[in-house]
Design a protein around this ligand. Structure first.
Ligand code: SAM
Length: 179
């Protein structure tokens, strides 16, 4: 399944850190990239620095959210908006698993009513308020299964060697790692 995140309502002066964590979570758990509704070079830079060392080609680009959603749906993609007001994730997961291209919308500030209308599913990861980072992580792992927790990037320069204690990291040279 091709998964792209749409981060709505990002306010550069206050959401930088959380938005960066949304992208890192998406990258770690199987999404292909993130569309940001507001330009923020520093978020793009942080994610591209991570990918340069830890691998993969997770993209971050800025686009008008309405156009991004319309274009996605015109091209046959489906949209799932994560919101605590939605249907319980465990009740709709079987439908969402049938989809080939999925845009996952997460908010920062208040999400416009229109998004609730455009979405094919408004999905709650439990009906308590928490965080977009937690919502996305739980959603992706439930949707994609345990494989989402074993993401590896072939071109990584750094790779963790699991250890009971301490920190072991395998370092590849540019030549042997990234093409
Ligand atoms: N104050 C905002 C509002 O009223 O819409 C929401 C703030 S909340 C911290 C930010 C985002 O986290 C939401 O837009 C939603 O995507 C996600 N989120 C928080 N709790 C959630 C839940 N229980 N289920 C699904 N998504 C959730």
């Amino acid at each position: 399944m091709e998964i792209v995140i749409l981060r709505l309502g990002h306010r550069p002066e206050r959401d930088k850190r959380v938005t960066t964590h949304v992208a890192l979570t998406g990258r770690a758990f199987g999404a292909k990239g993130m569309i940001l509704s507001t330009e923020d070079e520093s978020v793009k830079r942080s994610i591209s620095d991570v990918s340069a060392r830890w691998g993969g080609d997770f993209f971050v680009k800025t686009e008008n959210w309405r156009q991004a959603l319309q274009k996605w749906k015109q091209n046959g993609g489906k949209v799932c908006h994560l919101t605590m007001y939605g249907l319980h994730i465990l009740d709709v997961l079987h439908e969402i698993r049938q989809v080939q291209r999925l845009m996952v919308v997460v908010g920062a500030e208040k999400v416009p009513r229109e998004v609730f209308e455009i979405a094919d599913w408004n999905v709650a990861v439990g009906h308590q308020p928490h965080s977009e980072v937690a919502a996305l992580a739980v959603f992706l792992v439930l949707l994609l299964g345990e494989d989402a927790l074993r993401t590896r990037f072939e071109d990584a320069l750094l790779e963790i060697v699991p250890s009971e204690r301490g920190k072991k990291v395998l370092r590849r040279s540019e030549k042997n790692g990234k093409k």
